[in-house]
Structure formats: C-alpha cells, structure tokens
Design a protein around this ligand. Structure first.
Ligand SMILES: [Zn+2]
Length: 445
C-alpha cells in the first residue's frame, strides 16, 4: 500500500511508500490527515515545488464489486500503487425501497387524514437509473473523486463493454491468415465460448479443450464471420472436417438449433451497459481523460501477465497495458455500509412496530459507524477495543472489533479514530493500525 500525501495547503502530491510515510511522521515533517485509507500532510512542502509522474485510476465496474486500482505510468508499462475492491449494497437499497413502498401502501389504504403531497417528486430524469444501479455509479465516482483529491491523477481507464465488437468485425473481414491481432483472436474465442455456453455445440461435452470451428468450412467458401463460427470439442472438430453441417449433424432439431444460435449476436444485459455508460459520462464530466476498454482485453492482459483473478487485479488489467509491475500488493476491501436508516420504527416480521429508534444521531459526540478506540481501564471489560461503534442512548456502546462485538463500553473510554463516512474498511492497512495505537491520533481527527 502506498500512503497518500498532501502538501501543506492540502493539494495532492505523489504517493509515497509506507516506510517513507513513517519516517516523515517521525521527523515531524508530516501530520496524519486521515487514517483509512492512510493520508498524510506534509508541513514543509508546496505542490508547486514538487515533481509529478503520470498517475492513472483503473476501474472494473461490476454488479456486486467494483475493482479500483491506482497505477503509476512509465514509458513501457504501469506499476501498481494501491488496490481497492469496492463492495456495493444494491441489494440492501432495493430491499429498503420495497419496505418503504409497503409503508406507503399501508398509509394509502389506512383510514388516515388527507395530507397534501409535500413535493412534486414524480419527475424522472432522461438518464434515469434504478436507485440500486445509480448507487454503483455514485459510490464508484465517489472513490475516483477521493483518489483524485489525494493524488494528482490525470486519466482513468474503464472496462466499458464485454467484447470489442468493432475490432472483431474488422478481423472478420481480414480473415485468419492475414491477421496479426493476437488480442482480437482471444476476444473472439472468449465471445464464442460465452455464446456457446462453454460446451461443444455438437455433443454438449464440457470441461474438455474446446476449439473454434467453422459451420460452413473454409474449404467450401465459409467466412470467418462470427455467425459462421461455433465452439466444439477436438474429436467433433476433427470428425466434422469439411463436411456440411446437415450431413454431420444427423439430428435435424439439433442442427436447426445450432444454425439458429449461430445467427444471434451475443447481447449484454441492459442494466450492466447502462450503468457503465453512466459511469463513463460522469468520469468525463469530472474532467478526467477516459480510456474505455473491453472485458475481453482485460482477460487477455490477465492471461498474458499471469495475474490471478480478483476484482482489484482485474482493474489493473483494464485497458492497453504492456508491462505490469508490483501487482503483488494487499487489496483494501471497501464496503459500502450506508449512513444508517431514515426510518425510525423497527418492525416485527409481521409488520407491527417493535421499537422506536432515537431521533438523535449523535450521542456524547459519537455516531453509529464511527471507528473508535476504547481503552477500558476499569471493570469487567478491561482491555483495548478498536472497531466500528454502534451508539446507544445510555452512553454504553457496542463496538464491532475484529474478534466480534463487545457490548456495554462506556463512551468515556472511547476516542474517535475516524468519523463514519459510509464505508467499512478491511483488512486494515498496517501503517494505519500502528498510528491508531500511538497517542497522536485522538478525537481531533
Ligand atoms: Zn463434441
């Protein structure tokens, strides 16, 4: 993990190593600006006096998890600085909306007095996305903006489509022999594997080496067009050879099914493509240079460099990359946790009120979701507890530590490490943990 560095006025500088950050803090040249992720602020430097290198944020948007990678670019490749996997909460949002809808249905059917609508809130923007999808765009943008605030990034790369259809189409025209695009061939194969459900079109065999085969063989004048290609196992490929498909596949129903499937282009789900389009529009409006890429290219890069598949490392492989360095780094898992519930009534499973939440969000200066450190010196609970706090009106809080929830910790023992920002972080950065343990970080942060 690289530490983010700001100058004395808060403008971003180049990130530095953990070791360098530790030395800067030790020598009094820097202050802790933020703990998670770790940001320091130099006290003796201005951005104008500093040299910058080219930094890029790479994003691989997913439906449940979005991978984000911060990389430094040099002339022949990229070096990975930070990896994040951003876990979305689309499911929770849609469930919350269903609950709200049910409340409203009840209010309409119950015998209550008439209340005039408070707002005209029925208008939908042109580029409207469902709240659970909009949330993905918003949280991803929020993280790109954060990283932009902490480092001098100039460009972004986003996985925009599954396959590079344009390159695939021009490759069709060029034909196999004249092609030099190794990457396009890879994408075509991936496309066909997906289209034919990763199994032989002729005998349905799975889990065996699969070939790309022609329906009308090239010897009979068949093209390299995507609609003339299938996926088949080695033996079937060999046995079919140059024969006509109707001659090879005796079963007429299967033959028609194969021919029908071949004609259909593979489509992406509408929700994925609309979310990605919205993300790219937002990135452009944040005045960032956006490179759009394809899932096929990501996979090709990953295979080429021998990088394992994780959300964050997929983000590293997005776009045009020639060399990848330093990818063996820990990933910070960022979980979208929200900022609590607006609804103040807790219900039983049958929908009857069970309890009421307090109106006040802040108790003795603490709020649910704050990261605190409690140093309990008296009583049964003696010890040090660090984690997410859940406040109680009584002043005896619950703290969710790495080893489970501890209950009844009095607010007097607690100190805020970091205010709730709608995200949870794990695993914790080593350096951040060390700073948390020292006395320099208190409620002032
Ligand atoms: Zn087969």
């Amino acid at each position: 993990m690289a530490a983010f560095v700001l100058d004395k006025r808060g403008s971003p500088l180049m990130p530095c190593s953990e070791k360098r950050a530790r030395l800067l803090l030790k020598r009094g040249r820097a202050r802790v600006h933020r703990v998670l992720p770790f940001v320091i602020r130099l006290t003796d430097r201005l951005a104008e006096e500093s040299a910058f290198q080219s930094l890029r944020v790479k994003v691989d948007p997913g439906s449940k998890v979005t991978g984000v990678a911060l990389v430094r670019e040099f002339n022949s490749g990229i070096a990975v600085l930070n990896l994040f996997s951003l876990m979305h909460r689309g499911r929770q949002i849609s469930e919350a909306l269903v609950t709200r809808r049910n409340f409203r249905h009840r209010r309409r059917s119950a015998n209550l007095r008439y209340r005039a609508p408070r707002f005209l809130n029925r208008a939908r923007r042109d580029a409207w996305l469902a709240p659970s999808l909009q949330h993905r765009v918003d949280t991803t943008m929020s993280w790109v903006r954060r990283i932009k605030r902490w480092t001098p990034i100039s460009a972004t790369s986003v996985e925009f489509e599954r396959y590079d259809l344009q390159a695939m189409r021009s490759a069709e025209v060029a034909g196999y022999e004249h092609r030099k695009y190794e990457r396009v061939d890879y994408e075509i194969r991936e496309y066909l594997l997906k289209k034919w459900w990763h199994r032989c079109a002729y005998c349905d065999k799975e889990g065996v080496p699969l070939h790309v085969g022609h329906i009308i063989s090239r010897a009979r004048g068949g093209s390299d067009h995507l609609t003339n290609l299938t996926i088949c196992c080695g033996p079937c490929h060999f046995r079919k050879g140059e024969r006509d498909i109707k001659e090879f596949v005796v079963d007429g129903i299967r033959c028609n099914r194969i021919l029908g499937r071949a004609k259909v282009p593979l489509k992406e789900s509408a929700s994925v493509s609309s979310t990605r389009a919205a993300l790219v529009t937002e990135l452009r409006s944040a005045r960032l240079v956006v490179e759009t890429s394809t899932g096929g290219r990501t996979k090709w890069n990953r295979a080429r460099f021998g990088i394992p598949k994780t959300y964050a490392l997929d983000a590293v492989c997005v776009g045009d990359v020639s060399v990848v360095m330093d990818w063996q780094r820990p990933t910070v898992e960022v979980k979208c946790s929200g900022r609590g519930s607006y609804q103040r009534t807790r219900l039983t499973a049958e929908g009857f009120p069970r309890s009421y939440l307090i109106r006040k969000k802040r108790i003795y200066g603490f709020q649910t979701g704050d990261r605190v450190r409690a140093d309990v010196s008296k009583g049964k609970m003696i010890g040090i507890y660090v984690g997410r706090v859940a406040v109680r009106a009584s002043g005896n809080f619950n703290i969710k530590t790495q080893n489970g929830v501890v209950q009844g910790i009095n607010h007097r023992y607690c100190k805020v490490v970091q205010r709730a920002d709608g995200y949870g972080y794990s695993p914790l950065l080593r350096l951040a943990q060390r700073v948390t343990r020292s006395k320099s970080v208190g409620p002032a942060l």
